[in-house]
Design a protein. Structure first.
Length: 270
């Protein structure tokens, strides 16, 4: 990209100042054991910006932390946007650093989808547009803290979403997949359902029974898979799937995953 190295979308917590543990709010629920306001450090955050209960997060009531993925936004804000100045050593950076983090995280999420779209053979007709969008979004992530704070992520997302929808339609061309975009499928009985090429963008699949379901080439962008049962399901070729979605679901050794994804640690191995 014109001499600019593409963003590493893998989280590197060792190079971050614990931003996800401070900047973001969360409420006491099945995902988090306590309430925490945005900008307030989590009670488990240590002085070295590491989590004090990282190995026991699920057991201690913080499963939500185990499925969160900043997609590399944390280290970019910490090391590039703020040049390695941390909010504890330089308190004057705190407010803006915490405001900028979710902005960069949103932009990185879009970069992840665009990058995935570029790997699809079916998207070759719009490859130039996809590459141009990657360049535009990448440039935004490298802006100053002031520029990032003013960035309208919703507007960028709306623009990119139209392009991603075209990519999805090209990839699913010829498949008569069902349209469940934004559908409420919480707890739905979809065992062994044929969902090849289905549009599941933004669908609520919380606790849905998807055992043995065929999700090949289904568009899963933004689908909520929390506690969805994916045992025996086939997700190979699933479009816009993220590791965080898998981490929030239930599966096992028989769940078929796309290349490049890891089987979540909490899934049974056999």
């Amino acid at each position: 990209m014109d001499g600019v190295q593409p963003t590493d979308l893998r989280a590197d917590c060792a190079s971050c100042f614990g931003l996800c543990c401070v900047a973001l709010p969360f409420a006491r629920s099945a995902d988090f054991a306590v309430d925490k306001a945005g900008g307030q450090p989590c009670v488990n955050l240590r002085e070295d910006f590491r989590c004090g209960i990282h190995a026991q997060l699920r057991e201690r009531g913080f499963p939500g932390c185990t499925v969160f993925d900043c997609q590399g936004a944390g280290q970019k804000v910490s090391q590039i946007t703020f040049g390695g100045r941390d909010w504890r050593g330089d308190p004057g950076t705190a407010r803006q650093m915490f405001a900028v983090f979710p902005v960069v995280r949103g932009l990185h999420e879009l970069l992840g989808y665009l990058t995935q779209a570029l790997t699809l053979d079916a998207t070759r007709p719009i490859a130039a547009e996809l590459r141009a969008a990657v360049d535009r979004v990448e440039a935004l992530t490298l802006g100053s803290a002031d520029e990032l704070e003013r960035c309208d992520v919703a507007a960028v997302r709306a623009e990119v979403s139209e392009l991603l929808l075209r990519a999805s339609e090209l990839a699913r061309a010829g498949l008569r997949g069902a349209n469940h975009r934004g559908a409420d499928l919480m707890g739905a009985r979809l065992r062994r359902a044929d969902l090849r090429g289905a549009n599941l963008r933004g669908a609520y699949l919380i606790a849905a029974d998807l055992r043995g379901a065929d999700l090949r080439t289904a568009d899963l962008i933004g689908a909520d898979l929390r506690d969805a049962d994916l045992r025996g399901a086939d997700l190979t070729g699933g479009l816009f799937l993220t590791q965080a979605q898998l981490d929030s679901a239930k599966g096992d050794a028989s769940t078929r995953l796309p290349t490049g994804f890891r089987r979540p640690r909490h899934w049974p191995r056999a």
